[in-house]
Design a protein around this ligand. Structure first.
Ligand code: COA
Length: 180
């Protein structure tokens, strides 16, 4: 059986059909979190989606931004809400979306791919590692409004993968925006 079509979906290309597909997928994968939206805190810059027979069966949002770690300014792809419909799991679809994101990151001269995850399994398999300590600083968003700046160590959750030739150095991780 051939695999799903994995491709870039720009936010301005999310039409009604795809919006409905994303809402259904995100609700199925993260029950109770998305409340009928295609995003949790904020729209991503673009997504990788896996489509099969016109159905969106996987998605990975990408936030393309600058962050500051210690005194280094870094270009990153922040990976957001990576998910695959239950019936299609363990076929390598999430891994293929991460790989596609990495190809794009290389093309865009990104220094690191970064993400926040409760469970590292998938990401460890694809070359990410935990950062410890991971003293984060970000703008907290609650109920679709920015509320305050937060500072917290995230060693069990914050993961990075180098894309270029820079080495991750210890220091405060200033997200320069919200925490995806
Ligand atoms: C995590 C998830 C995206 C994996 O999708 P997938 O297409 O089945 O992934 P792949 O086939 O490429 O890889 C399978 C690996 O994912 C890992 N994995 C399973 N559930 C995971 C989870 N919740 N978080 C991280 N990794 C997970 C497993 O280690 C598995 O590897 P193994 O077979 O060696 O044990 C999918 O299980 C999912 O959508 N889960 C619900 C949403 C979620 O928790 N997303 C992660 C947010 S950080």
């Amino acid at each position: 059986m051939s695999g799903p079509n994995i491709h870039i979906l720009r936010e301005d290309e999310v039409d009604r059909r795809r919006e409905a597909g994303l809402v259904a997928l995100l609700d199925h994968c993260f029950p109770g979190f998305f409340e009928g939206r295609t995003f949790f805190k904020q729209l991503p810059h673009f997504r990788l989606v896996a489509e099969e027979q016109d159905e969106i069966i996987g998605q990975a949002g990408v936030d393309h931004r600058m962050i500051k770690v210690g005194d280094q300014s870094l270009r990153v792809f922040g990976m957001i809400d990576v998910c695959v419909a239950e019936a299609h799991r363990n076929r390598g679809i999430a891994g293929a979306m991460l790989q596609k994101a990495e190809e794009l990151a290389k093309r865009a001269d990104v220094d690191f791919m970064v993400l926040i995850a409760d469970k590292g399994g998938l990401y460890l398999k694809h070359g990410f590692r935990h950062v410890s300590p991971a003293p984060g600083k970000w703008m907290a968003i609650h109920e679709l409004a920015s509320i305050m700046m937060l500072e917290k160590d995230l060693p069990e959750y914050f993961m990075v993968k180098p894309v270029g030739d820079k080495t991750w150095t210890e220091g405060q991780i200033d997200m320069m925006g919200y925490l995806f």
